[in-house]
Design a protein around this ligand. Structure first.
Ligand code: KG4
Ligand code: ZN
Length: 337
């Protein structure tokens, strides 16, 4: 069995082909980042139009890379949410139209399930059950994963997502969108103990997160410390340390609550090296195991949608002919018995 998958929930157009026996056999990605950078963030209408331009050429390139004809494809999967409504509509419309033309089923996929299962594409995938920390631009989630499509959300951000906090702090520091990797690079030149930023919601029980106060703390520090490069590097490092410590504290709590010894960390922010290192040390100290996607599969891509879509397809899921997308779509609502 082979599936072709289309990801278009935000500012990346991704198309991949996954073979049940051989694994990932094509992965094409086009990033719109340079187009949005001058606006300081993603402009939804521009994103939709660019997905229209790129989707079909990427489908052709993915088929070529996989050495496949349309008749070799058993299903067309697509991200149906959560994400930007216009961007999702493009991917859903293209995917459903192709599926109709190729006379095969279309399978909608939840973008966060794609992120969650991205480590399954690696050579040493996690076995179930595990705790998952999903840290992306739009979501921060701690999830109990008992098996494929058996998810319980244990905690989530009550305001900004971790990636959003990185992007907003980057803006304060005068760095372009998307700021996460740039804050991280600047942090390497700074002192993470220069400022003691809060570790939000760690002083009370529970597994929810709140990151919006951190950008205020960074803004206050900037007002006092001045705008020179050294001060900015110290703020970036102290901010990154605060996010990292908060994630470590919450993961420790969730591991204790679930009794699990495996941790999966995925989503754009899981590309952050300090966060990867600290969580790796945490799991080493506990005698447990940690799993990440490769760096290029932390941020949005078609490969993760192809993997999740294949699992959904094998489980018998098909969508009706209606083109429907879900800008907000909880992972818990895609659970199966
Ligand atoms: O998962 P993703 O590609 O898109 C969403 O589903 O939201 O995540 C994008 C987010 C952005 O906020 C970006 O700044 C952040 O991931 N990010 C990082 C790093 N690389 C990407 N944040 C911190 N450190 C990084 N190295
Ligand atoms: Zn994403």
């Amino acid at each position: 069995m082979k599936v072709l998958a289309i990801e278009s929930s935000c500012d990346e157009t991704g198309v991949a082909v996954y073979d049940q026996d051989r694994g990932l056999i094509a992965n094409q990605l086009y990033s719109q980042i340079s187009m949005h950078a001058m606006y300081g963030g993603v402009v939804p209408e521009l994103a939709s139009r660019d997905h229209i331009r790129k989707a079909i050429p990427l489908v052709k390139a993915a088929l070529g890379e996989a050495g496949c004809e349309p008749s070799d494809i058993d299903a067309v999967c697509y991200t149906a949410g959560p994400g930007l409504i216009g961007a999702l509509m493009v991917g859903a419309t293209v995917a459903r139209s192709i599926a109709y033309a190729w006379n095969c089923p279309a399978v909608p996929v939840n973008h966060m399930e794609g992120h969650l299962l991205a480590p399954m594409l690696e050579a040493n995938p996690p076995s179930y059950p595990f705790l998952a920390l999903l840290v992306s631009g739009g979501h921060t989630l701690l999830i109990r994963v008992d098996g494929f499509a058996r998810y319980s959300i244990l905690g989530e951000s009550i305001d900004d997502a971790a990636g959003e906090a990185f992007d907003k702090t980057a803006k304060l520091l005068g760095l372009p969108y998307p700021g996460g990797p740039l804050v991280s690079a600047l942090a390497r030149e700074g002192n993470p103990s220069a400022f003691r930023f809060p570790r939000p919601m760690t002083d009370r029980p529970g597994l929810d997160f709140s990151f919006s106060g951190l950008k205020t703390a960074a803004s206050n520090a900037l007002a006092h410390a001045g705008e020179d490069h050294g001060a900015k590097a110290d703020i970036a490092a102290s901010f990154e340390a605060a996010v990292t410590d908060t994630l470590v504290i919450k993961c420790t709590r969730a591991l204790e609550q679930t009794g699990f010894s495996r941790l999966v960390v995925a989503g754009g922010v899981s590309a952050n090296l300090r966060i990867r290192q600290s969580l790796t040390e945490l799991m080493k100290g506990r005698g447990g195991e940690i799993f990440f996607p490769r760096l290029s599969f932390c941020t949005d891509n078609g490969a993760m949608i192809a993997y999740a879509g294949m699992q959904r397809f094998l489980a018998g899921e098909r969508s009706s002919n209606q083109i429907k997308v879900y800008p907000r779509w909880s992972l818990e609502s895609v659970c199966r018995e």
